[in-house]
Every structure is written in structure tokens, then in C-alpha cells.
Design a protein around this ligand. Sequence first.
Ligand SMILES: [Zn+2]
Length: 420
Amino acid sequence: MNLSHLKCSLCGAQYDTKQIRYVCPKHGDSGLLDVIYDYEKINSATSAAEISKSKDLSIWRYWEMLPIANHEAVPPLRVGWTPLYEATRLEKELGLRSLWLKDDGMNPTASFKDRASAVVVAKAKELGVDCITTASSGNAGAALAGLSASAGIPAVVFVPRTAPEAKVAQLLIYGSRVFLVNGTYDQAFELCLAATKEFGWYSRNTGYNPFTSEGKKTASLEICEQLASLKSSKPGEWTVPDRIFVAVGDGNIITGIWKGLRDLLTLGWIEKMPKLMGVQAAGAAACYNAWKSGSESITPVDPHTISDSICVGLPRDGTRAVRAVRETGGAYITVEDEEVLKAMRTLARGAAIFAEPAGATGYAGLIKAVREGLVDRDEELVVVVTGNGLKDIGSAVEAAGKATLIEPNLDALREHVSEK
Ligand SMILES: [Zn+2]
């Protein structure tokens, strides 16, 4: 294993990785830790060219860059190596040269969050813990439920009672113990942290567990590797897009994507840092607000948006999420629910990707960025689609409308067809 140490993102204090540690004790629960590797050791163990030859079509192809020592700890469920599609029709529609969609709804529990849960469950297995817990707006919980079932470790999940029914069903079918919290995601998070302390369960809470962003970073490793192979670059030369658009709720996905890119830069496997574009729902825009005001400290908001996965009032990984955008020269964008519903239709009709609202939020942000002239039409753009549309059927129906009810005869059909 090439893991070196944990480093506080606020004060820089360093901690070893021998015992379970979540945050830097100097800042309450907000001193999130960055996972630092011995990069020389990684470079002597492998290379971009070597990894490109791997037949492991999962996040574990990046083994040397992940914090797990024991191969047997890896849960069998296959996570990652999701498709990266060039959206040629949408390129034309928007007048763009190069637009790629990373469809993370193709993960086993149908969201990006499987990446984090796979790494945290492997770590839990390595540590020999007997129960894992998380708070979730739905997807992180489903990912933990699925990966825990895969590894045979019990899980306890806290979700707000407003979580979409399909997501709650997903939690239950995998056999997790599920608590519907009569409150917000933020309150579910607090309750889960208290449960971690009270019962000694291993916490997968997003950001709070330093290894969640390590799982999530694999998305940017994949983007750079896949983009190179799809553009038939030389083996071993990975390609960086100009910008990556991603929806931001608690901030951990954009932080993870940034971390993966920083690791690649440190290793010398890529030559530049893409600009990261954080897209938030206008009704839950705490990171946008901090970025706009030039601050790094997050002021909680009272969140409301159709995009339940990013309906977060207090982004737990907000500080790093603001830095990810600021330090890469990107921007934050907010989108209204109407724009998200429209983006769901466009993604499905123009690229055949069926996204849940949060999954389409990154694309809604791209449309707005193009409209406002924030991107150069010649740039190479990647949008991360973070979750599948079947997760939230209510919103899909709202976006798509209802089918036509018809009597079972041709006359009735003729009438409808001629109406069209
Ligand atoms: Zn600290």
C-alpha cells in the first residue's frame, strides 16, 4: 500500500493511518482530512501506461493509488469504469466542439456514490469492523447498503423521511437497517455522527470519513484514461479535458474529482489541471454563495430543490468544494428546478442517458454556462451524470409527462395520430 498519512485540510496537521481517524480534532467535526500517498512509491510501482493495460474494469484498476492494503478486503460488486460517451448530437445542438458525458448511473446501485462506498467498505473489512453506518439523502445509503451486502457486513442508514421511495426500497432490499429521520439530510447527518460515537459503528459519512473522496477520485482518473483511449492518444498518455461539470450537494464529489486530478498532476501523468465547474440547485446553493462572496467558510441555507441528492443546507465538504473550483479557475453556477427537468429530457432524448434530477444538474449547468458565455465553444468539456433516473420516478414523470391512454382499436389510434 502506498498510503502515507492523513493531512488536515484546515491546519495541515498530519496523522498516521494506523487507527480509525475521521477528522482533525482541532476543529470539531469540520477538520476534514486529505489522504496523502507516497507518490514516488506509486511511480516506481506502476505507470499510466501500465494501468492502461489492466483488464480490471473497475475502480480497482487504480490499486496503487487507493488506500487499501489487502486485495481480499475488496467487495465483489463491480464499481466504476462507467461509460464516457461523446454526445455528438448535443454538441451540434449547443454549438460545441467536444462534449463528453460520464454516465455514473451505470454503477451497480445506479449512482456515483458506489465509488465511495466500495473504498469505505474495503477499508471497513480491513479494519475488521462489525457495522458500518451513514447518513444519506438516498444514494450514498443505497451504495453503502449494496456494497455492505456484497461484503457481508451489516449497515445502518439514516435518510430524511422525504427521500424518494425507490431509494428507500433500495436500502431495504439489500438488508440494511434503515431509519427514516423526521427531519432534513443535515439532521440525519448529525444523528448518524452521534450514533457513530455512541455505538462505535464505522462511519461512512460523506467527507467525515476521509476515504469517501478517495473512492470518488477514481472518476477523474477514469475520465483522463478513457478520454485518451477514445481519442486514440499514445498508450500511457492520459488526456485532460478543459472543464468538468459536476453537481454539488455536500461537496464531496467535486472534492474527490479534484483530488484525483491533483494526484495525477503530482505523479506527472497529466500536464494541466482542468477547470472544475460546480453546479448547485438555486435553492441549495451554500457553496455557490461562499464562492461568490470570495469566502471559504460556508453559511448554511434552508435547502429546497427537486434534486433530492443535492438538497443540502450545510455542505459537509463545502470548504474543499469551494477551493476545488477557485483553485482550478472554474466557476460555480446555480440552476432552477425547471432547468433541471429540461436537462433530464435533453439528456435522455439527445444522448439516451436517463438521469435523476441531481444527475442532470451538471448538464443543466453546462447549458447555462454556454448561454452565458462562460465556456469557449472550442473547449473539451466533460459532464458527470451522477445518478440514474429510475431512482426518482416522481421527478421523471414530472420531466417526461404522461403517456396517452387509448381505446384498443385503430380508429382511436388514427384520431390521435392525426391530432399530432
Ligand atoms: Zn486541523
